[in-house]
Design a binder for this molecule. Structure first.
Ligand SMILES: [Zn+2]
Length: 427
């Protein structure tokens, strides 16, 4: 199936604008880019529109979408221990699948064509992704409570072997964090990743308290140092947050280590700004989300807008430029194996089409300014294409949005009725 996107304005991964250009898509791949291209399949008039690579969310907990708005106006400890875990510990397979599917639908609606997830029961998440058509790098979460992770590792390996050749799914190992996993468990999960030839996705230094506790528990080692000691940076590593990275941690960071940042969560849960902003030039910053339980949305445009604004805050307006923020938004593609993120022949056709002639964005002096500071992802991204297929077309998802919302809402009501369960398990 061929599709010709005719006469659009392209914004590449570096934020450069190329006006009035055609993109030919063949079998899910960008087959050609240029002027006056022709096609024997469908032609879509993109005159006046802006076409960009899709967005990526490099840290999510998609099933937790079912808890959007359940825990408000609390600090991070209470958010987790008093408000979230008591319900999360009662989740059924149905809740996980329906929550993940709602997140997939919202992400697609907001122009996210691929995301990196971190949760257990990964097969249910993979099912939600395949049914909605979004790409996902899924880390099977391993906790290793009580120091034993044998069963979790077996499940993670089974998931890896089942999905490693899937066109939409890329599996990896997901040790939860150096504050949940013991050093021995961390090492076992990382060794498994080495054995299977995959990367890891892990939470590190989310709060100042975690850093202090780590130093007290591990002879002065920061959470980054603990992960490094277990070999965590010997493999490709997605760092969830890393908000409280310290200068001494920089020596552990490799080229294939990336940081998924979610400022909306940090601001909402009062986690402070951490050292991340000051060290951004030495890190691979990517857009994250953390899931709608803490961020209340699956919208990386909103997250990176906040990242820029927090960076500029305190007399720093010349920093965190439009092009820099745009590069962070595109950066995640480099750490995912989907051959996406560039408007170039041979790359996967994972694309967003913006209507910037909207009431939010017009008039447009600078399309990057319009997108980063004015656009509403849900409405100004009119079309989303993944593997050459429209998953959002003319402002509407191409699958049944209502059914997904109804099922997730039913699950949310039931889990709320079942009430609070076990609390204070960890954290
Ligand atoms: Zn997280």
């Amino acid at each position: 199936m061929k599709t010709l996107l005719k006469g659009g304005n392209l914004i590449d991964e570096n934020g450069n604008v190329i006006t009035d250009t055609d993109i030919l898509i063949d079998d899910g791949i960008i087959a050609d880019i240029g002027k006056d291209l022709t096609c024997d399949g469908q032609t879509v008039d993109c005159t006046g529109k802006f076409i960009t690579p899709g967005f990526v969310s490099m840290h999510a907990h998609s099933p937790m979408n079912i808890f959007k708005g359940i825990a408000e106006d609390v600090n991070i400890d209470d958010w987790f221990n008093k408000e979230l875990w008591p319900y999360e510990s009662k989740m059924t397979d149905e809740d996980i699948y329906r929550g993940a599917k709602l997140a997939c639908a919202e992400m697609i609606n907001n122009g996210i064509t691929a995301f990196a997830d971190h949760y257990f029961k990964s097969d249910l998440i993979a099912r939600a992704c395949i049914e909605t058509g979004i790409k996902a790098d899924i880390a099977y979460t391993v906790y290793g409570f009580g120091g034993d992770c044998t069963r979790e590792l077996d499940r993670a390996e089974k998931f890896f072997l089942q999905y490693r050749d899937n066109r939409l799914i890329s599996p990896r190992m997901g040790p939860h964090s150096p504050y949940i996993c013991s050093e021995d468990v961390l090492r076992q999960v990382i060794d498994k990743a080495k054995q299977l030839g995959c990367g890891i996705h892990i939470h590190i230094s989310e709060t100042k308290a975690q850093v202090e506790q780590s130093k007290a528990d591990h002879d002065g080692l920061t959470p980054f140092a603990v992960v490094a000691k277990a070999g965590g940076f010997d493999v490709p590593c997605i760092v969830g947050h890393g908000l409280w990275i310290e200068p001494e941690d920089l020596k552990f960071i490799r080229e294939d280590t990336c940081f998924a940042v979610s400022p909306k969560t940090y601001m909402k849960l009062g986690m402070y700004k951490g050292g991340l902003w000051d060290m951004k030039d030495k890190l691979n910053i990517t857009s994250g989300n953390d899931g709608a339980a803490s961020s209340n949305s699956n919208d990386v445009l909103e997250q990176m807008r906040l990242f820029a604004l927090l960076g500029k805050w305190n007399d720093n307006a010349e920093q965190f430029t439009l092009k820099e923020i745009w590069k962070y938004m595109m950066n995640g593609h480099r750490f995912l194996p989907f051959n996406s993120g560039k408007l170039k022949k041979g790359y996967s056709a994972d694309l967003n089409i913006f209507n910037l002639s909207s009431i939010s964005c017009a008039p447009v002096y600078n399309p990057l300014a319009a997108i980063i500071y004015s656009a509403q992802a849900a409405t100004d991204i009119t079309d989303v294409i993944i593997n050459g297929k429209f998953v959002k077309r003319n402002g509407s998802l191409t699958f049944d949005r209502k059914e997904i919302i109804d099922h997730a809402s039913r699950c949310a009501k039931e889990i709320y009725r079942r009430g609070k369960g076990v609390s204070k398990l960890y954290f």
